[in-house]
Design a protein around this ligand. Sequence first.
Ligand code: SIN
Ligand code: CO
Length: 382
Amino acid sequence: MQLNNFDTAAFLRDYWQKRPLLIRNPWQSWQNPLSPDELAGLACEDHVESRLITQSSDDWNAEHGPLPETRFGELGKSPWTLLVQAVDHHVTEVAALIPPFRFIPNWRIDDVMVSFASDGGGVGPHFDHYDVFLVQGLGQRRWQIGGMCDDRTALRSHEDLLLLAGFDVEEEWTLNPGDMLYVPPGIAHNGIAKGGDCMTYSIGFRSPSRKELIGSWCDDLLPQMTDDDRYGDPDLSVQDNPGEIPAAAIDRLHAMITEKLADRAAFARWFGEYSSTPRYPETDWRPEEAIETDHLRGLLTEDHPLFRNPASRFSFVREDEGKLLLFIDGECFPCAGETALLAEMLCAQEQFVINPEWRKSDAVVELLAELYNRGSLSFDWG
Ligand code: SIN
Ligand code: CO
């Protein structure tokens, strides 16, 4: 699925990670994929992450879900906003908003957050560390855009929301259903609902910080290391001042760290697993009954399409000689030959029918059965 009048190459060149862009309704025919009631229902569920932001004069208060159903009836006249994370994991129609953005790699895509706001509602002026496409689903929202912020930008003291202490509006637009606004990381923005029933879909991206990368990779490396792998100096010679840590010792100590961190192959494998780890690992997507390979082969022969679980993350890293490492939901599956071709298709398509040649391959059917039994593929989503 493609967006109308939207030149992806020009967008990546001129706007992606650079500056905001307003895109007037680029959809073939826009239909709001979720009703306000359905969104409120999700916010009451245990396994769904949600927040309710209520406003009084110019202050914002945040409550974390799951919310009691009665909470919505208690809301008064002052503006409020409900935010629900990862709605694409639960609602196929919302997951269907993502394919037009697949010109950006799978590992960079995070989730679709959906908001509902009453008249005047919003989360206040803020900035995010991530790129986002803000798609107006229902009603109208006035978006104000400010300047570039960073971790030194002054914030209002608030325990939950990163609200800006000062906000100078540089540009503003009113978005109607189907319109969308791209906001790069760090750009101050503020969305205010105009009239009631304002729904916004945020297609959000991820970009790891250096701090997160180093910390998380080291967490993974440490348990694999042993206490007997130590600094050694059998070549020690007498030095003038015993207080000096000689350059040669620093070099050797530093190399103990950099050699480990320079292992690109180990890093690639770890990063594939890390970046494909499910965001909500406590949700169990496994089928009630595990499937046997023969049964699966039969279903594939009848051309039943298989669907990727919208909550699963699929990516791969290419290796030598047609081999690759497939990463799904935090697991690594080394693939070669037909399974490598299958892996490429799995990463490129949300749904597929397995061709007659591949069905004959035990390795293909076994990999598909494993992915089915782990809850990463199913015949039902779609
Ligand atoms: C919203 O949908 O109200 C907020 C989205 C955002 O500013 O990131
Ligand atoms: Co934002």
